[in-house]
Write a protein that binds this ligand. Sequence first.
Ligand code: FES
Length: 106
Amino acid sequence: MSEWKDICEMDKIVPGDCEMADLEDTEIVICNLEGDFYAIEDTCTHDGGYLTGGKVDCGEITCPRHSARFSVRNGHCLTPHAYDPITTYQVRVKDGMIQVMNQQKD
Ligand code: FES
């Protein structure tokens, strides 16, 4: 069943910052891009590496293992070594709390 899950208070992730979080059994990364929040699965589609710790710049996250880049906003793969998009999730802020939909976007 699709439902919103509380992740953390919005002021814990300042603009330009990303934090790892658990969405039920899935590890995700929440990024604050200029005040807008985005959620991606913490898994690179190249070789399954964690994206946590990857550089985030201009709305793109770089995999720390082999440098594939992905759009944080829509998950699109932008450069090799990966070719498939990463999983993204809907995010909202309610009463100061970041919430993520527990099913990936279509
Ligand atoms: S595991 Fe991410 S680019 Fe290889």
